[in-house]
Design a protein around this ligand. Structure first.
Ligand SMILES: [Zn+2]
Length: 225
């Protein structure tokens, strides 16, 4: 028997960099599925960025940070906070953008970087590839599936970009739905046509939203966790 009416299976779809135009264009699609995503913004906090971040936040989505110069953490461990985090965070604080999440550029992180960044963020996102053996099925890797979300939580995002393997993604959806786990995926732009490498197409995104809805997953931004 199902124990609770509360649904604890959560799907976090995340998007990186500065693809503001297309992110804002597909807002109606998210509404159609009662779904929210997380958008990790890199680069300068100019008016374009701030306006887009406010629009996403006002539409119920989560906005997170993704480093001022999109720098690799290992290249500047001592100055990372000062050069990559504070310049973005200061503007967000001033502009009323609620920031709790950070995605590592290139997913490059270690325990030391996590410790430092958890002083500023509740949620960090690395990459599944860091903890997955070549050829290993994602669905069998317990570290990709979070049962209890900690106040300071590191997630390993799985790729939902390019010509991703829908079968392997859907296996993860089914597992998470069955076991009430949280799973995190990442892409960058949301494009009209299926794009190679780093992006997801609108059609692909809708397939994922539909499947998650069918499985009664909560499709939410990280600030809702
Ligand atoms: Zn990036």
């Amino acid at each position: 028997m199902k124990q609770s009416i509360h649904n604890h299976c959560r799907l976090c779809l995340t998007f990186d960099d500065r693809n503001f135009d297309n992110w804002l264009k597909v807002l109606p699609l998210w509404r159609k599925y009662d779904a929210r995503g997380t958008f990790f913004v890199s680069g300068t906090m100019d008016a374009i960025a701030v306006n887009a971040m406010q629009s996403l936040q006002n539409a119920g989505h989560t906005v997170g940070l993704h480093a001022f110069h999109h720098a690799k953490y290992p290249k500047k461990p001592d100055t990372y906070i000062e050069e990559e985090i504070i310049p973005q965070l200061d503007v967000c604080r001033r502009e009323g953008i609620n920031i709790r999440a950070f995605a590592y550029p290139y997913s490059l992180r270690d325990a030391e970087s996590d410790r430092k960044l958890f002083e500023f963020f509740d949620f960090l996102r690395g990459g599944a590839w860091q903890i997955t053996e070549k050829g290993e099925a994602m669905v069998g890797n317990d570290r990709l599936f979070v049962k209890e979300i900690s106040p300071k939580q590191l997630f390993f995002g799985m790729s939902a970009s390019g010509n991703f393997d829908f079968h392997s993604l859907s296996q993860c959806f089914y597992r998470a739905a069955e076991r009430n786990e949280t799973i995190v995926f990442y892409a960058h732009d949301i494009t009209a046509k299926v794009a190679p490498s780093h992006h997801i197409s609108i059609g692909q995104l809708e397939v994922l939203l539909k499947l998650a809805r069918a499985l009664d997953m909560d499709i939410c931004g990280m600030n809702e966790l």
